[in-house]
Ligand binder design. Structure first.
Ligand code: UDP
Length: 473
């Protein structure tokens, strides 16, 4: 916990690996480059998952973690959307947070700043009560953030379901988005998940600033529009890409050794890495088609599998499958692909895999951390969005940035095996693959520039950290 008079920041990651990982990267930068002391305040409905524990246990000693008691959500139906559960977890942790801040205040060790992610805005109530300045780190991109900032206005002016809009939604500086591709929770405006999304979007303006995990070369127009001063929104700081660069030490982790040893034996740029993030799951039918498609493509692959489910985000709170995912593979699949493929259950050392020279493509659900991890390594993408804001990310990557190919859905909503073969071959050996590979290489070089000492993202972070240092009592 913070020493007296050292600039002190508290961070509340809302549940989910996709929120925790980038907030940890932000914390590392604040400690290493700006001499802050950081305290993580962990909220949850249950005790932390295996995946969460492993990243929290590897935090450097300069960062403290405080675990708040699990939030009681026993009255919330099991059918509630993840956005509802995540938001309620943070909101219902406020009494414990208030107690913690009270104790810190008594010891004169209150943080100067509280940083939350998209779903943590209710913690602002406690921050403001203790005169701690509230900030948001938006862990996805500037395009999606612009939509969120516009959501209250869209909500007022659009009366139908967004998916029924006949024209795409246009926001200054952003890729036009057909209503059906808007974030998942906005698809049913009657659902609590939408109400929560709107609630947080409305509270964004209460933050004293919003940091966004993106960079000017990736989204120049959206970032420019966001940085236009306006009374409706706090200042926006593009500070990305902040990604876990991983350690090259396996720490006795079996999957790490298995994947890295296998990659060592593969030719340069020959392997497609296939993963749907920390929480994505496919239906049985889709899982099967993907399996046949990968096998028939004849390309090398590492596929991180999770037991199929009818709910695309069913593993969000716990990435590890509750049943044996291998038992769902088509009969004979492992034998048939053993020369060319490696199948890993539930969780893989993604950062190290993407950094390996044998990897030449990534079939991804377009989670923003996965996307950025691929960009920093110059690995081109196949965009296969599943839930949350992933369809918006896919649109940005395919139509605007030109760094990804996208498979077409069949009439039944399934990507058929022939389409898997087409897109995998297209990326790994086709002309279209060459184009997106070139774009990714260019972006990788831009990343080095924005994160250099006088790069745009480095300067943005310095600017906001000077502000924070001025808040320190
Ligand atoms: N991740 C990983 N191994 C896996 C799956 C995911 O290390 O097998 C990490 C990945 O590197 C990324 C994060 O988990 O940092 C997933 O975040 P993302 O925003 O891509 O997607 P989400 O899981 O939030 O949908």
């Amino acid at each position: 916990m913070a020493e007296a008079n050292t600039p002190h920041i508290a961070i509340i990651p809302s549940p989910g690996m996709g929120h925790l990982i980038p907030l940890i990267e932000l914390a590392k930068r604040l400690v290493d480059h700006h001499n802050f002391t950081v305290t993580f305040i962990i909220t949850g409905e249950f005790s932390p998952s295996e995946a969460q524990r492993s990243v929290l246990n590897s935090l450097p000693s300069s960062m403290a973690s405080v675990y708040l008691p699990p939030a009681d959500l026993s009255d919330v139906p099991s059918t509630a959307g993840i956005e509802t559960r995540i938001s309620l977890t943070v909101t219902r942790s406020n009494p414990a947070l208030r107690e913690l801040f009270g104790a810190l205040s008594a010891e004169k060790r209150l943080p100067a700043v509280l940083i939350v992610d998209l779903f943590g805005t209710d913690a602002f109530d406690v921050a403001v009560q203790f005169h701690v300045s509230p900030f948001i780190f938006y862990t996805s991109n500037a395009n999606v953030m612009s939509f969120l900032l516009h959501l209250p206005k869209l909500d007022e002016t659009v009366s139908c379901a967004f998916r029924d809009l006949t024209e795409s939604i246009k926001i200054p500086g952003c890729v036009s988005v057909p209503g059906k591709d808007l974030f998942d929770p906005a698809q049913d405006r009657g659902d609590d998940a939408y109400k929560w999304l709107l609630h947080h979007a409305n509270r964004f303006k209460e933050a004293k600033g919003i940091l966004v995990n993106s960079f000017v070369d990736l989204e120049p127009n959206a970032i420019k529009a966001l940085q236009e001063p306006s009374p409706d929104k706090p200042p926006v700081y593009p500070i990305g890409p902040l990604v876990d660069t991983g350690s090259s030490d396996s720490n006795g982790n079996d999957e790490y050794d298995e994947c890295l040893n296998w990659l060592e034996k593969q030719p340069f740029g020959s392997v497609l890495y296939v993963s749907f993030g920390s929480g994505g799951t496919l239906t049985s039918e889709q899982f099967n088609e993907l399996a046949f498609g990968l096998a028939e493509s004849g390309k090398r692959f590492i596929w991180v599998i999770r037991s199929p489910s009818g709910i695309a985000n069913s593993s969000f709170f716990n990435p590890h499958s509750q049943t044996d995912p291998f038992s769902y593979l088509p009969h004979g699949f492992l034998d048939r692909t053993k020369e060319k493929g490696l199948v890993v259950g539930s969780w893989a050392p993604q950062v190290q895999i993407l950094a390996h020279p044998s990897v030449g493509g990534f079939l991804t659900h377009c989670g923003w951390n996965s996307t950025l991890e691929s960009i920093v390594n110059g690995v081109p993408l196949i965009a296969w969005p599943l839930y949350a804001e992933q369809k918006m990310n896919a649109l940005l990557l395919v139509e605007d940035v030109g760094a990804a190919l996208r498979p077409r859905l069949g009439e039944d909503g399934i990507v058929q095996r022939e389409e898997v073969v087409r897109v995998v071959k297209g990326l790994m050996e086709g002309e279209e693959g060459t184009v997106v590979r070139k774009k990714m290489k260019e972006l990788k070089e831009r990343v080095v520039r924005v994160l250099s000492n006088d790069g745009f993202s480095t300067k943005s972070l310095t600017q906001v950290s000077l502000k924070w240092k001025a808040y320190q009592r």
